[in-house]
Ligand binder design. Structure first.
Ligand code: ADP
Length: 621
């Protein structure tokens, strides 16, 4: 498989953008990280330095009053720095927790604000689910960036602190009396030692980055492996799937797909690499670290032996150089991890950069108190994105507010598509839809949406109190919500609920939740549409879970409820629609008949006549 090359330039650009974005919606994160990085990097040096002074005094003049002062300074400063570091850590954790919430909100806001057609695409969901998988299995993406910023800061300040404490190791001269050891004063020796220490210090992280680089090289396989696990690993424990799993042994298929992907299995691609070069590089990184510690001890002890400094300073220099190498590793590894993070950031930006092309209208929809709206479809044809087939073909029609319109036709004839275009979830491929004579694309999208209350076939309620579901808000008009439920036919059931509008729906959030039946849920969804009180109310076969009698009841009652609104009913039960002023018959994406029930029934060769009689036999039996 061809692997992308990731450059340092791209690494910097991608993360600079992430930095700017995070700062915009979560400004506290980086100051908190920097403060914590600074304090946690410098704290160890304070104790290293003070302990060295104490030891030097102990090994030298050992004056009790000076020893006491150093001891008090060590205790006081260490305690103070621990407290400050702890406080900064809390601040950092709180800021990061806030950042995680904002990040998730950013994804859902993007999903909600993009063109519906894009949101509907498999690729979009694919991208989002890749992003979530990458974040949840190893924190790749934004999380990794924030995490590595903490290491970068700590590494940077740590190197500065160590450099300050170890300068004198290189500058302190061995006295002339040390004989052969005076060679340690030779500039060449200093240069060689510095080069050796730096080389070994850099070599460790280099090996480590080589090892972790395999995660970036296999990001696609790893993502797929995790997605399959996410999709099929937990499917059998989902309550909504429990019955199907038992009935159709679906675990066999799930297990097959999980096991067919061998990314993380014994003998799989990651296993091969862990056993091979990935593991070897990791082992080399460990070995290099050990060599470095040895070299530092040799160098420092040689100088101390020759009398360049006291015994106390040995701890200072060994501590400082070891910390220097640790922090250098931290810095380089963080940089390497950021480079490995690039493919994951690319996926995030591929999702966030999906353009919103649809919502560019600027006209405001007239808020007409007479609700006198006219809608016209002018030669509208439509193909779903990516599809070659027309779901609607040359639809021409016009209707005024206040009318009752029914849309009937066989499955797949285009009824739902017609509603989706009317509500501007999609724009027509050809032709135009006009509201009061103006193309609906010219209106402000949010305002245009306010004109419609739709109960879709696959509506969803939230596991929240009943009243909040109906109103869609936290604070609502209880009387209006109660009336909407009553009008939707839920009145009697409401009376049986001791907590009324405050009844929690479903059991997701507590045992007191009420499980409502499919039919009851549909009535609540209808009440929600009524509560919105929009000029157009559309029921897209929302009564499918109701028996024919309950459906007929709702529809006939609806006539009174919708008053001056325009009601559009989509139903496959023709008997429920016959009271409408106008009935549209859809067939293969086109409106093939239009008229009242009586007119259409009179056309004996027409589709409506055929459908009516096909259904009537069930009811007359
Ligand atoms: P109806 O509501 O009358 O059952 P639809 O409007 O849902 O019919 O569907 C009309 C046609 O459009 C069908 O052929 C259906 O397969 C197709 N279709 C519906 N939704 C999509 C979609 N999201 N992507 C592609 N094709 C779709």
């Amino acid at each position: 498989m061809k692997r992308d090359t990731i450059t340092w330039k791209e690494t910097a650009a991608v993360h600079l953008r992430a930095w700017k974005e995070i700062r915009q919606y979560c400004p506290g994160v980086f100051p908190a990280i920097f403060l914590y990085g600074l304090l946690s990097a410098l704290s160890p040096y304070v104790s290293i330095f003070l302990s060295a002074q104490l030891l030097n005094e102990l090994a030298g003049a050992h004056r009790p009053e000076i020893l006491g002062k150093w001891a008090i300074a060590i205790i006081a400063l260490t305690a103070l720095l621990s407290l400050l570091t702890g406080a900064a850590d809390r601040w950092q954790e709180a800021a990061c927790a806030q950042f995680y919430r904002h990040k998730d909100k950013r994804y859902s806001d993007k999903l909600r604000s993009m063109d519906f057609a894009d949101m509907d695409k498999t690729q979009t969901h694919d991208l989002l689910s890749q992003i979530r998988q990458n974040e949840s299995w190893s924190g790749w993406g934004f999380n990794q960036f924030v995490g590595q910023m903490a290491y970068l800061t700590k590494g940077f300040f740590g190197i500065l602190g160590a450099a300050v404490l170890s300068v004198s190791l290189f500058t302190a001269s061995v006295p002339e009396s040390a004989g052969r050891f005076t060679v340690l004063n030779h500039p060449a020796f200093l240069v060689v030692s510095l080069l050796l220490l730096t080389g070994v210090t850099v070599l460790g992280p280099f090996c480590k980055n080589k090892s972790t680089g395999y995660w970036a090289r296999f990001s696609q396989e790893a993502t797929l492996g995790n997605r399959l696990f996410g999709a099929f690993g937990f499917a059998s424990s989902e309550q909504s799937r429990a019955a199907d799993f038992r009935m159709y042994n679906q675990q066999t298929i799930c297990r097959f797909y999980m096991e067919a992907n061998r990314t993380f299995c014994h003998g799989g691609v990651m296993h091969q690499y862990a056993k091979g070069p990935m593991g070897a590089w990791a082992a080399a990184a460990g070995a290099v670290g050990a060599v470095l510690t040895g070299l530092v001890y040799v160098f420092v002890c040689l100088k101390a032996w020759a009398g360049a400094f006291g015994v106390g300073s040995i701890t200072q220099y060994v501590g400082a150089i070891t910390a220097l190498s640790g922090n250098m590793s931290l810095l380089l590894q963080a940089a390497g991890t950021l480079k490995n993070n690039v493919p994951y950031m690319r996926t995030i930006y591929q999702f966030l950069d999906i353009p919103n092309t649809m919502y560019q209208g600027s006209l405001t929809t007239e808020k007409r108190s007479d609700r006198n709206y006219t809608v016209e479809f002018r030669d509208v044809s439509f193909r779903y994105p990516g599809s070659q087939l027309y779901a609607l073909r040359h639809v021409n029609l016009r209707f005024k507010v206040g009318s009752r319109m029914a849309v009937v036709g066989e499955n797949g004839s285009g009824k739902t598509t017609f509603i989706k275009l009317l509500c501007r979830l999609y724009d027509p491929t050809e032709g135009e839809i006009l509201l009061n004579g103006i193309d609906i694309r010219k209106y402000r999208y949010e305002e245009y949406m306010q004109l419609f209350s739709v109960v879709f076939q696959d509506f969803q309620l939230l596991s929240q109190p009943l009243g909040n579901n109906v109103s869609g808000t936290l604070h609502y008009d209880r009387q209006r919500a109660g009336k909407a439920l009553e009008d939707a036919g839920f009145g009697e059931r409401l009376e049986t609920l001791p907590q009324g509008l405050d009844t929690m729906l479903y059991k997701e959030f507590g045992e007191n939740g009420v499980e409502v039946s499919g039919g009851e849920a549909q009535k609540i969804a209808i009440a929600r549409a009524l509560y919105k009180d929009a000029p157009f109310i559309i029921l897209d076969e929302p009564t499918a879970a109701l028996d024919p009698i309950a459906e007929a009841e709702i529809y006939s009652k609806f006539n009174d409820i919708v008053t001056d609104k325009t009601a559009i009913y989509i139903s496959h039960r023709l008997s429920s629609c016959k009271f409408c002023d106008e009935i549209l018959v859809f067939h293969q994406g086109a409106v093939i008949q239009q008229g009242t029930h009586e007119d259409l029934l009179a056309e004996e060769t027409g589709k409506y006549h055929q459908l009516w009689h096909a259904q009537a036999q069930y009811y007359t039996k």
